[in-house]
Design a binder for this molecule. Sequence first.
Ligand code: SAH
Ligand code: CA
Length: 208
Amino acid sequence: MKDEVIKYSEEMTSGESAVLQELRAHCYAHYEDSAMLSGFFQGRVLSMLSHMIKPKVVLEIGTYLGYSALCLAEGLADGGKVITLDIQEDSNRVAREFVAKTEFNDRIEFLLGPATDLIPNLNETFDLVFIDADKPNYSNYYNLVFDKVRPGGFIIADNVLWSGKVIEAEKDENTQALHDFNKRVLADDRVANVLLSIRDGLMVVRKK
Ligand code: SAH
Ligand code: CA
C-alpha cells in the first residue's frame, strides 16, 4: 500500500492513551532497537482484537517495553490478566515502570527468563497468545502453548512477513524460521488462520 494511504489509515484510527504515547516517545528517543515496539497502528489493532475476544487470560511472549501488553490489556474481560514474558532485565524494568502508571498495573504479570523455560510452568488456559519474541523459536512457542489455548482461542504472531523477506529465495535464519512457522500454521488442521499484511505481518490463528 502507498505510504500516503497507510498514513491516512493511521489518521482515521482512534488515538492511544497518554501513557502509550509517552512510552512510544520514550522508546523512539532512547532505544536503538525501537523498531521492535509494535507502534501506534498495530497497537490499536491489538487493542481492537483484544476487545473483540474479551480474553480472561492473555499470554504475551516478548514484553520489550510493555507497549503491546498494555494494548492487549485494554480488551481484557473483567478480572482478566495479561502474563508477559521476556528475557531482558533492563527493558523489563522500564516496562514495569510504565505499566505502574496505568489502570492495568494489577492486571499485567511480568515473568523474566527464556520463554521456552517459562511456558511449561504456566498452568493456565489462554484465550489469546501473542508471539513476538526471538524468531527462530516461533514454532517452538506455538507448539509449547498450543494445548494451553482453549478451543476457540487465538494465537497471534508478529513480524511474520519479516519486511517482505519471507518471499525471497535466499533466506537467513530468522526469515526461514518465520516462513516455516507460517507454513506450519497453514498446514495445521487444528486451526484456521489469516495472515494480515499490516505493518510487518500479523498471523492470526484460531484454534478450532
Ligand atoms: N511485544 C513488544 C515487542 C517485543 S520485542 C511490542 O510489540 O511492543 C521482542 C522481545 O523478545 C525483546 O524484548 C526480547 O528481549 C524478547 N526475547 C528475545 N528472546 C527471548 C526469549 N528467548 N525469551 C523471552 N523473551 C525473549
Ligand atoms: Ca514485533
